[in-house]
Design a protein around this ligand. Structure first.
Ligand SMILES: [Fe+2]
Ligand SMILES: [Fe+2]
Length: 176
């Protein structure tokens, strides 16, 4: 009986420790709703970029679009791996597909061919990376979890390279 009581106290103490860490005593495991949203959006974005880039690799011969797609596929494959690992370590759900609007965007561009495809895919990637850079900059500025913020810091220069490759692809395909 005494042992059982001791065990019960030990469990209560442990529960107290867990509650304290959830409240922020252990910064590496605590995160804000905005941190979580950033990481999930980033994973959905990686999945969107990989699907779109792979499609380009097999459906266009345009050099500027291929240069962008090759870089996008290899960089986002790596960033997806890192972000998934980080999400799992923090107990954050890992999205298994792009967002519905990203799926819709992919459906629209992959329905196009030739010049129209090159133009609108490049245009989509310019607009997408402008948005990604904004979200990543916000996380670096306002993020509360140091690991998620570090992930954003690693992503930013990669996204800037993608934006300039997308701008070059759009300049090479100015009309659809
Ligand atoms: Fe993106
Ligand atoms: Fe990108």
């Amino acid at each position: 009986m005494k042992r059982l009581l001791l065990l019960a106290f030990a469990c209560l103490a442990l529960a107290g420790v867990t509650a304290a860490s959830a409240a922020g005593a252990k910064p590496s495991k605590s995160f804000s709703a905005a941190d979580e949203q950033y990481l999930k959006t980033s994973i959905e974005g990686d999945r969107f970029e990989i699907i779109g880039g792979k499609w380009a690799q097999t459906h266009t011969k345009n050099a500027a679009v291929l240069r962008m797609a090759d870089r996008i596929v290899s960089d986002h494959t790596k960033s997806l791996k890192d972000a998934v690992k980080l999400a799992r370590s923090l107990g954050i759900d890992v999205p298994s597909s792009p967002t519905p609007s990203e799926v819709w965007e992919l459906k629209i561009v992959t329905g196009l061919r030739g010049r129209a495809y090159n133009h609108w895919y490049a245009s989509l990637e310019v607009y997408d990376h402008v948005q990604d850079i904004q979200e990543t900059t916000d996380e670096i500025k306002d993020g509360t979890n140091s690991q998620i913020r570090d992930d954003a810091k690693t992503e930013l220069p990669m996204l800037q390279v993608h934006l300039s490759l997308a701008r070059a692809a759009l300049a090479a395909n100015p009309t659809g």
